[in-house]
Write a protein that binds this ligand. Structure first.
Ligand code: ZN
Length: 472
């Protein structure tokens, strides 16, 4: 492609236009196709008093020049920022609450100790069953400056629509934004907003898929596990969760096993103390289903037992895995898989080659058309069969590989609650996804990390032949 660069000084521009260009339209349409780039060093050529004859050319030329210059510059700035974003470097003007720019490196974020503590406190309060509104009130009452106030007091020139005399308080949205911000688990998501292109200057929200997300880009304040359990709860019906989360640790966890709707709490006053039980919300609204009654006392007892037995089982499995891991035969099993996989790959490759060769045999007249078709079909079937086998071997090898580090993390989480005395919301948030209540005083506890648990079971099952037999 031609790349002719005209550098035109302003006083030459009208002459240039007269001599070389039929019209501005020509310049705009044809030059880019030819790969010609037009650069004017001085942008003030308009003020030179271009004669009327040339004016018709100059206006489009000026537009064209501005346009390509802006486009070029815009693309350069964008790609530069994107490169930084992809590297996990912070390029935003304002830091997320809880962080500040590293004085040594403006593209790096470090923890702002004071605000960082508030972030941790917010998560902790939510895990204890405080609603978002209650957390906002609490922070306002104890006089913690809201994120906006914090920005102002940190000396950041922050434009806000609030009047300066009025203190910006913690709001529902401010607290919720913190509970959902991935920055606190070390994920830096940038490019959430931007102008669609260099011509439109309105900043718009970008699709989440277009954000640039980099993991471990900044120090985490919250564990991944805590963040996910909070996220899980935030996704539930807010009214149900926040209505009595503090008084009722099960709020947001209970669902009717039959209609899937949340269970709601009912209170029966008695002489000495209140008596609580749960009932299907569909049934309470008289819209069908059945009551699925269960008292708080029974629920607490049953869930506590379910947790204890689940943890016991996990710890048993974990011990078994450790045993398998130490067996020399287990390693041999994995090595065997590797050899088998390698052999299978060689075999498939050989069959592919054979399949190609019979075509040569056909063209050389060694095989006739019918023979060729038969052979071809045979090879095709064999390749298919071996490929399936290969797939199975790969999967089995994966299952035979004993526990990895991420497995140890979730097992450790459950281990922490091995001897719980009291069933509070914190325990539920850590271990349980939801609880389904069926008729006839039956319930199903859906634990967190169920995929990992299932996988652990499968690994143990797959290696069962390596375990010592228990007599009797
Ligand atoms: Zn129901």
């Amino acid at each position: 492609m031609n790349c002719i660069i005209f550098i035109v000084l302003s006083k030459d521009l009208s002459r240039f236009a007269r001599n070389y260009v039929d019209s501005g339209r020509y310049l705009q349409k044809v030059f880019p196709i030819l790969g010609i780039r037009f650069i004017s060093i001085n942008d003030n050529y308009d003020s030179l008093g271009v004669n009327h004859q040339a004016n018709d050319f100059v206006i489009p030329i000026k537009n064209f020049i501005n346009d390509s210059y802006c486009k070029d510059l815009s693309v350069k700035i964008r790609s530069n920022l994107d490169v930084k974003r992809r590297k996990g470097e912070y390029v935003g003007a304002y830091t997320p609450y809880g962080y500040m720019k590293d004085p040594q490196d403006k593209n790096k974020l470090i923890v702002d100790e004071k605000a960082g503590e508030t972030v941790k406190q917010i998560f902790s309060l939510y895990k204890d069953g405080k609603s978002i509104g209650q957390i906002a009130d609490y922070l306002n009452n104890i006089g913690i400056p809201s994120p906006i106030e914090h920005k102002i007091s940190s000396g950041i020139n922050f434009e806000t629509s609030f009047k300066t005399s009025e203190k910006a308080k913690w709001s529902y949205n401010a607290v919720r934004r913190i509970l959902t911000n991935e920055a606190y688990i070390g994920i830096l998501a940038q490019g959430k907003r931007g102008t669609p292109n260099y011509k439109v200057h309105v900043i718009q929200k970008r699709d989440e898929n277009d954000w640039i997300r980099v993991e471990d880009a900044l120090p985490a304040l919250i564990t991944y596990d805590d963040f996910m359990s909070v996220k899980n709860m935030l996704g539930r019906d807010v009214r149900i969760v926040s209505a009595d989360a503090e008084a009722n640790p099960f709020s947001g966890f209970l669902f009717c096993g039959d209609c899937g709707q949340p269970m709601v709490r009912k209170t029966v006053p008695s002489k000495r103390k209140k008596y609580y039980y749960f009932v299907c919300s569909t049934n309470k609204r008289h819209e069908g289903c059945s009551p699925h009654n269960m008292s708080l006392k029974e629920l607490t007892r049953t869930v506590k037992n379910a947790i204890a037995s689940h943890i016991n089982h996990i710890l048993d499995l974990s011990k078994t895995l450790e045993y398998i891991e130490k067996l020399p035969s287990a390693n041999r099993l994995i090595l065997d898989y590797e050899t088998q996989i390698e052999n299978m790959e060689i075999e498939i490759e050989r069959l592919h080659k054979m399949k190609l060769r019979i075509y040569e045999d056909l063209t050389n007249g060694i095989l006739d058309k019918q023979e060729y078709a038969d052979f071809r079909q045979q090879y095709k079937m064999q390749i298919e069969e071996k490929s399936n086998l290969l797939e199975r071997l790969r999967k089995e090898k994966k299952d035979a590989l004993v526990s990895n580090d991420s497995e140890k993390v979730w097992v450790a989480l459950f281990r922490q609650y091995e001897n719980i005395k009291e069933l509070n919301r914190r325990v539920l948030m850590a271990l349980i996804d939801k609880i389904l209540i069926y008729e006839g005083h039956t319930l199903e506890v859906v634990f967190r990390y169920r995929d990992e648990y299932k996988r652990m079971n499968e690994i143990v099952k797959c290696n069962a032949n390596l375990l010592p037999r228990v007599e009797g």
